[in-house]
Write a protein that binds this ligand. Structure first.
Ligand SMILES: O=C[C@H](O)COP(=O)(O)O
Length: 250
């Protein structure tokens, strides 16, 4: 079974969690091994918890970061580099989340540079994209999101499955609203075409995750929607019980 045949279930803790929360990661790590034939599992805690998370995560659970700088080191106060993430045992990094695109003015070009920096350190970037409600209502969602991904992905990939994409409609993040299965399938199909146009057959090996209010109650439908290769989970990844409820839907 290739990695692509498994679903990638990733948790993004955003700016949540102090050391006491590491027990949730320990509990997740203790259980996800039971689903190893169906999935790859990842938690991205805040940078302050990366080392602690890696220490309790064991072999069945990957640990990743929520952002990285495009440079390896330098005078960038408050930033962390992909090299630093790799040094702590992180194997993934989320780049271009809408909260960073919006709150930190990150352009597609900046996101692409971050993804390339991650690849240089052997870390897999999860490159995020997604439209606003206004763009969806105007019928601009597919054009906008596919252009985001055409422009935010590295120029070249050197191996299969080297990056992942996360489609997260901004209006579905933290709102309890999810895109319909038909809308998700339509967007993922358009993203697949964009990836194949850019990377040839290798574009078929890139996981496309869905994110936006994924929880145990809707995970079964979303994870079994056409061309959905996994989920990027925010709020429901903070507690082991709800993250494992999503994993159980695989
Ligand atoms: O990165 C995760 C997403 O922003 C989704 O967050 P949410 O599951 O809390 O809606």
């Amino acid at each position: 079974m290739t990695e692509k045949n498994k679903k990638l279930i990733a948790g993004n803790w955003k700016m949540n969690g102090v050391q006491a929360a590491l027990k949730e990661i320990e509990q997740i790590a203790a259980k996800v091994g039971d689903y190893a034939d169906k999935g790859t599992f990842l938690i991205c805690p805040p940078a302050t918890l990366l080392a602690g998370a890696r220490a309790v995560a064991g072999d069945a659970l990957h640990i990743g970061a929520q952002d990285c700088h495009s440079a390896t080191s330098g005078a960038f106060t408050g930033d962390i580099s992909a090299q630093m993430i790799a040094d702590l045992g992180g194997s993934f990094v989320i780049v271009g989340h809408s909260e960073r695109r919006e709150g930190h003015n990150e352009s597609n070009e900046a996101v692409k540079a971050k993804a390339e920096a991650a690849l240089e350190q052997g870390i897999k970037p999860i490159i995020c994209c997604g439209e606003t409600l206004e763009q969806r209502e105007k019928g601009e969602a597919i054009g906008f999101v596919t252009q985001q991904i055409a422009d935010s992905t590295p120029d070249r990939l050197s191996k299969d499955g080297e990056i992942a994409i996360a489609y997260e409609p901004i209006w579905a993040i933290g709102t309890g609203k999810t895109a319909s299965a038909d809308d998700v399938a339509e967007m993922h199909m358009a993203l697949r075409k964009t990836l194949v146009d850019k990377f040839g057959d290798r574009g078929h090996t890139i996981e496309i995750l869905y994110g936006g209010s994924v929880k145990p109650e809707n995970a079964n439908t979303l994870l079994h929607t056409q061309d959905v290769d996994g989920a990027l989970v925010g709020g429901a990844s903070l507690k082991a019980e709800s993250f494992l409820g999503i994993v159980a839907a695989l």
